[in-house]
Design a binder for this molecule. Structure first.
Ligand SMILES: [Zn+2]
Length: 211
């Protein structure tokens, strides 16, 4: 049962922790993003993690770096968008999540945690803590193997901006971007730039004859 891409065997872990480095294969990402308009770049990415055991829980910290291929929101040209994400997750045995009491499903947990509240708590908390269990995502695992596939996919999708741009200055699809830039840069040239461009030669003629 090694259908998963990113797994951590809990028996390998102790409190001291262990480093992991997984390639984020383009082929895997392509499958993971199947429904999304973004797709994988041709390059593999990297998932670097440090996992350690805390009782029955597994603490995972790390970074994710990968490129996705998305269409630019302005010019519609696909381009490679680099994605970087910091990962801090607490994996707890799934049996404990399902247990009655303060239910902690991953979704309700995120919804019930507005950012303002997080800030307030962070002030009270000790700065030295890498994170509190409230700030970190809490996910479930089967007690033996931590599977990070869903996390990696979610992190990638979250980091794709709503309006991806191939560059900040992307001129977009306008057929005559030069004319628009020129008129934006010369607010004084009101007469010539704000009138119908077909009449511009006439106006120029008028000005020349005036002076
Ligand atoms: Zn563009």
């Amino acid at each position: 049962m090694t259908a998963h891409e990113f797994t951590i065997n809990v028996t390998d872990l102790d409190a001291g922790g262990k480093e992991y480095e997984f390639p984020i294969r383009a082929a895997w990402l392509r499958g993971a993003l199947e429904e999304n308009e973004a797709t994988a770049s041709t390059e593999d990415g990297t998932l670097s993690l440090r996992a350690s055991k805390s009782g029955h829980d597994v603490v995972v910290h790390g970074t994710l770096d990968v490129k996705v291929h998305v269409p630019c929101a302005r010019c519609l040209e696909p381009f490679d968008l680099p994605i970087h994400s910091d990962i801090s997750v607490l994996y707890v045995p799934a049996a404990r999540i399902k247990a009655p009491g303060p239910a902690k499903s991953e979704k309700s947990d995120k919804d019930a945690e507005p950012k303002s509240k997080g800030k307030g708590k962070a002030k009270e908390a000790e700065e030295e803590y890498e994170f509190t269990s409230e700030e970190a995502d809490t996910l479930g695992y089967d007690g033996e193997t931590v599977v990070l596939d869903d996390l990696v996919r979610d992190e990638v999708m979250l980091e794709i901006p709503m309006i991806p741009l191939c560059s900040d200055g992307c001129p977009g699809m306008s057929p005559a971007p030069e004319e628009r830039i020129a008129s934006a840069e010369e607010p004084e040239g009101q007469g010539i730039d704000s009138i119908d461009p077909r009449l511009a030669p006439l106006l120029r003629f008028k000005k020349e004859t005036k002076s």
